[in-house]
Design a protein around this ligand. Structure first.
Ligand code: ADP
Ligand code: MG
Length: 322
């Protein structure tokens, strides 16, 4: 006999994620009761993942649970917020207990790592899709905005970029690699992205603007720049590329994917030139894993340079700008 909706929620979602003292009432009633700290600003974000659009229909359910939360935690990280609570709206074609168990396990493991309690949600029947809302806090006036950049700010990105796009291409059979270890690391960058929560919180003290890289570095850095009333110059030779990506694609194609590929969930942030040394002292780059990739400029739009030469960038690769 299939599980009733009530039993399903009880079994998989009533004890999911971290236990938090600020949850007076979690899953089970008509609404959750949450005690927001009075001296902080509540930060809320929501994202929907639709099967066949944001993840392959046959994606491992643990990955779907992880990603649905990770993409939201990444938004909070970009604001400099500490995550606290999540709600999940699940639309399922049928009750598949194996799928639900793995989904909840993937979600819960990441939620526990980041101290997030699952406090409610909704469960409906229909084509598979997952919506997660997260809430967190930031001290008043300390949130990082996309608009906090200025001409002359240095621009940085965390981690490595392009890996998730390569991972998705591997997953979909558009890319094939002989090195199985390397392939599985790249796939994991797509299937189990790491939200940069701790970095986001520390960057509050240094960054002007911040955005998370979900749609590709070039586009997202461009959004940050535009919101800040600036343009952006990116040095293609400074892009942080993983050894796996370089070995898989070679430098040129790896750089192209690093600029245009999505789903990395790294942080791209600007720091005023006067504060760069302070940032590097407080958060050593070799410990916190970020790299300077360019600067905000006073010329609108995004420009990619190689050794000082402006490159024309297209989906087919690089050409010298003519
Ligand atoms: P209602 O129709 O009154 O909203 P539901 O049956 O949808 O009640 O939900 C009952 C309880 O279970 C609520 O507390 C709701 O937040 C929670 N809930 C429902 N679906 C989920 C889910 N997928 N994950 C977490 N909590 C859920
Ligand atoms: Mg409901």
């Amino acid at each position: 006999m299939p599980l009733s909706e009530f039993a399903l929620i009880q079994r998989y979602f009533s004890h999911c994620g971290a236990l938090r003292a600020d949850v007076s009432l979690g899953v089970g009633d008509d609404g959750a009761l949450l005690d927001a700290p009075h001296d902080q600003t509540l930060v809320a974000a929501i994202d929907t993942l639709v099967s066949g659009v944001h993840f392959p229909p046959d994606a491992a359910p643990a990955s779907v649970g992880h990603r649905a939360l990770a993409v939201n935690l990444s938004d909070l990280a970009a604001m400099g917020a500490s995550p606290a609570w999540a709600l999940v709206a699940l639309t399922l074609p049928a009750v598949d207990e194996g799928w639900l168990e793995d989904f909840a396990r993937g979600f819960s493991a990441l939620a526990q790592l980041h101290g997030v309690a699952l406090v409610g949600g909704d469960t409906t029947k229909g084509p598979l899709s997952v919506t997660v809302q997260v809430m967190g806090f930031v001290p008043r006036g300390k949130a990082m905005l996309r608009s906090g950049g200025a001409h002359g700010h240095a621009l940085f990105v965390s981690g490595t970029v392009g890996d998730a796009a390569a991972g998705l291409a591997l997953e979909q059979g558009r890319l094939i690699l002989a090195d199985a270890t390397s392939a599985s690391r790249l796939r994991a960058r797509f299937a189990f992205p790491t939200p940069r929560t701790a970095l986001g919180i520390r960057l509050r003290d240094f960054a002007g603007a911040c955005i998370d890289v979900s749609d590709g570095l070039l586009g997202d850095a461009g959004k940050l720049a535009a919101a800040s009333g600036c343009g952006v110059d990116l040095d293609v030779d400074e892009l942080p590329l993983s050894a796996d990506l370089l070995a898989a694609l070679g430098t040129e194609e790896a750089q192209r994917l690093a600029l245009s590929g999505g789903d990395d969930y790294e942080l791209c942030f600007s720091v005023s030139a006067a504060r760069v040394a302070e940032l590097e002292r407080a958060l050593p780059a070799h410990e916190w894993h970020y790299r300077r990739i360019g600067a905000l400029s006073n010329v609108a739009g995004a420009r990619v340079t190689r050794a000082g030469t402006v490159m024309q960038f297209s989906h087919f690769g690089f050409d010298h700008f003519v």
